[in-house]
Design a protein around this ligand. Structure first.
Ligand code: NAD
Length: 370
């Protein structure tokens, strides 16, 4: 069954269409957004090899001309060089302001193509067709686009909302299990940050989601997107409540910095460990019952995801280095550390004044090196 979740952003409102086989409707769903029957599809080599012919065929049958812009897979493509390459190829295609860029891939392609669309000739429309679970439940919705620089991740970017998001659950069939688990971490995040009933549903049904059971997957993706859409509609530019979506990210980014943003630790895995640490840190500060922290950890671990520092390749890390990464995080304001902490499962809040020493002590108690 197809589910449609609206993202209520006034003149920039759009729909997220979720279901098995929605890719087959791509032509009909895209047509209303096209001034010319022409799109540039940015995708990575892996996704294009697996699903490119299907998307091209579907668009072709609707009379839409497809120009593929294929990039290498992996985080390193989300760079200045990767952006320059994509923009140059869009220019070579003589794409004009009335044409549409389609991002067909995971979060890397979505962030890169979205940013290119935001700056190409001062902005063209773009459509997201996310092909990883992480991209379907998180990165394709909300309009954050970015590239990495040698100084850090996602430091250059723009808010640029897509005109449409098509999340076909069938394309997850060939997604490696590890990528499924990484995406699942972001699904658990929604339960942990704001919906206890959804968290309980995931405790009972998480294994069906990971096994790609169509009904379980549809519910989990739709509920996640609903929560993200609701938060984004309320706080598009992250002035307040949207920051809750960063649950697990301050600890997670520090771990990603230590492990080099690569295969050793995927973004979703870093978020998984980061969420467990955020709950345990909240408990250590007397903000949240210890049993909630244990329960959050158990739900994350049950999905085969890391939950403690010792689970991360390269551990032990020096507590001081981890805190330094956190202080460099772009969410750190005026030297104070900002964390998303919790009062309970389903009740996260933004803590803007967390002292570095408390975090250091906690990390040491967690087994970080002195
Ligand atoms: P990714 O785009 O690198 O995809 C992971 C891997 O899966 C790649 O090798 C890709 O080729 C492959 N793949 C994609 N779809 C596939 C499919 N259907 N079948 C088989 N293989 C497939 O990684 P990701 O986890 O999707 O995204 C991570 C990125 O998303 C990070 O750069 C992160 O910063 C970004 N992100 C952005 C936001 C946002 O709001 N903009 C939110 C969260 C994460």
């Amino acid at each position: 069954m197809t589910r449609i979740v609206p993202v209520g952003l006034g003149a920039r409102a759009y729909e997220v269409v979720i279901g098995e086989g929605v890719l087959d409707e791509a032509g009909q769903r895209l047509l209303p957004f096209l001034k010319n029957r022409r799109v540039a599809v940015v995708s990575d080599e892996t996704v294009w090899r697996l699903h490119g012919a299907r998307l091209s065929g579907v668009l072709d049958r609707s009379g839409i001309d497809v120009s593929p812009v294929i990039v290498p897979p992996g985080e390193q493509t989300k760079s200045f060089e990767g952006l320059a390459d994509v923009c140059d190829r869009l220019l070579a295609l003589e794409l004009d302001r009335g044409d549409v860029v389609v991002a067909f891939g995971g979060g890397v392609v979505g962030d890169l193509a979205g940013f290119a669309a935001a700056i190409y000739k001062r902005g063209v429309d773009f459509v997201q067709i996310p092909t990883t679970l992480l991209a379907q439940v998180d990165s394709s919705v909300g309009g954050k686009t970015a590239i990495d620089t040698p100084r850090g991740k996602n430091l250059l970017g723009a808010f640029h909302q897509p005109r449409l998001v098509l999340a076909d659950l069938e394309v997850l069939g060939a997604l490696p299990d590890r990528e499924m688990r990484a995406g699942y971490a972001e699904i658990v995040k929604y339960g942990l940050l704001g919906d206890f009933a959804f968290f309980e549903w995931l405790e009972a049904n998480g294994r069906h989601v990971l096994a790609r059971d169509p009904d379980a997957l549809t519910h989990a993706v739709a509920r996640s997107v609903e929560m993200k859409a609701e938060i984004v509609a309320e706080d598009e530019k992250e002035q307040g409540r949207r920051a809750l979506l960063n649950l697990g990210h301050t600890f997670g980014h520090a771990l990603e910095s230590e492990t080099g943003y690569g295969e050793a630790l995927l973004h979703g895995e870093a978020v998984a460990a980061g969420m467990s640490l955020a709950f345990h840190f909240s408990a250590s500060q007397g903000l949240c019952p210890a049993q909630d922290a244990s329960r959050a950890q158990a739900a994350i671990a049950a999905a085969g995801l890391p939950t403690r520092l010792a689970d991360i390749p390269g551990s032990p890390f020096a507590a001081e280095r981890l805190v330094r990464h956190m202080a460099q995080d772009k969410k750190a304001e005026g030297g104070r550390l900002t964390f998303i902490l919790a009062r309970a499962i389903g009740e996260a809040f933004v803590a803007r004044d967390v002292p570095a020493y408390a975090v250091r002590d906690f990390l040491l108690a967690e087994g970080a090196a002195a």
